[in-house]
Design a protein around this ligand. Structure first.
Ligand SMILES: NC(=O)C1=CN([C@@H]2O[C@H](COP(=O)(O)OP(=O)(O)OC[C@H]3O[C@@H](n4cnc5c(N)ncnc54)[C@H](O)[C@@H]3O)[C@@H](O)[C@H]2O)C=CC1
Ligand SMILES: CC(C)(CO)C(=O)C(=O)O
Length: 329
């Protein structure tokens, strides 16, 4: 992007997080195109996109909603693609979106879990891959409406592999801030460390929240769930040690305290995205979270019984929800 050009944003996966980011970027008059599927996309096309929640009310009227399926939009090349699909869809979505990315553009993974950055880099090249750590919460309570539920920290953006088009990265950071979404650009080491820090957080809370069907806060209030959380965290630290991953915490004790005392309070009422997926009969991101930890642990001969068990239980729940409860009801 040269000095005089404005970024062109493509939200690839206009679900909960993508709609909030796209809606806020639209608020500051940026060029935003939405790509998505299903009833939410249909609703925003026909009635516009409404945003509600802790960051206030905002409406993108239907006549200002720009959808990728418009043939002219498919010819266009976008400077900045925000890939905001669930991890299980990364490969397909990134492959489709790669064709729409400008030669000197960036594809930003707005996702939780391990493996997404590597998949994107394989498809668009390391020089166009940007990582993000997102720790605000969003839901789609009804099609056409995105609700911002909680915010635990700034959005972090960084180059996971090598320098990218830095002007675009800085512009994205500035645009998010201008729109009202706290954001910072960080170094390569910090973005990896933030990704793994978020993996620690999601692995500790999401499968338990989904299995027990309770909000995050309840997991911190009970001795039994605290013991399980502790086990999950200790195992992840062993894997990180073996892989030499630079975590942003000194050790398992340190993170356990930080999770309970600092991270949980502002997100106490939040229902894990994994619980929302189970309730909506969608596949979860377990394979990119605890499932990925179990796989990496096996490769390094580290026992991870807590993470293994939670992965198996979530897989059972995914099947049960999609197939029905069985003959006994
Ligand atoms: N929702 C939340 O509070 C948070 C979510 N995240 C992460 O952000 C990512 C996105 O999460 P959500 O927005 O909650 O998911 P979501 O399921 O609400 O949105 C994803 C959207 O992508 C669409 N999609 C899937 N494949 C597609 C394709 N090939 N082409 C076009 N559209 C496609 C889906 O139909 C869906 O509407 C996940 O990795 C999640 O873990 C991170 C922090 C918070
Ligand atoms: C919304 C959030 C950020 C929890 O704070 C999350 O990561 C999740 O539900 O998976």
């Amino acid at each position: 992007m040269n000095e005089s050009q404005s970024p062109t944003y493509l939200i690839y996966g206009a679900g909960a997080i993508g709609s909030v980011l796209g809606g806020f970027l639209h608020k500051i008059n940026r060029s935003v195109t939405f790509a998505g599927r299903g009833s939410h996309l249909l609703a925003i096309k026909e009635q516009g996109l409404r945003i509600t929640g802790i960051w206030g009310e905002h409406l993108v009227p239907p006549e200002e909603i720009d959808i990728l399926s418009d043939p002219l939009n498919r010819e266009k090349r976008y400077s900045t693609i925000l890939l905001s699909v669930k991890s299980k869809d990364t490969e397909t979505a990134a492959r489709e979106a790669a064709e729409l990315l400008a030669e000197d553009g960036i594809m930003v993974s707005i996702q939780n879990g391990l493996g997404n950055w590597e998949t994107i880099a394989r498809l668009v090249g390391e020089k166009r891959t940007v990582g993000a750590r997102v720790i605000f919460g969003a839901e789609i309570p009804v099609p056409g409406l995105a609700k911002v539920t909680v915010n635990a920290d700034d959005v972090l953006l960084g180059e996971p592999f090598c320098p990218v088009n830095r002007a675009l990265l800085q512009t994205l950071k500035d645009d998010l801030r201008l729109s009202g979404i706290p954001a910072r650009a960080v170094s390569k080491e910090e973005i990896w460390s933030a990704l793994w820090g978020k993996v620690l957080y999601n692995c500790s809370l999401n499968p338990l929240g989904a299995i027990l069907e309770v909000p995050y806060g309840r997991l911190g209030e009970n001795e039994e769930t605290r013991m399980i959380i502790r086990g999950i965290i200790e195992e992840i630290f062993l894997v990180c040690q073996a892989l030499k991953v630079p975590l942003p915490y000194k050790g398992a004790d340190d993170y356990y305290r930080f999770l309970l005392e600092t991270q949980l309070p502002p997100t106490r009422d939040h229902r894990a995205s994994m619980l929302q997926d189970i309730l909506a009969k969608r596949k979860t991101e377990i394979e990119a979270l605890n499932g990925a930890i179990s796989r990496l642990a096996r490769e390094n001969e580290i026992p991870t019984p807590y993470n293994d068990l939670l992965t198996l239980l979530i897989k059972f729940k995914e099947k049960r929800e999609s197939q029905g409860p069985g003959p006994q009801g």
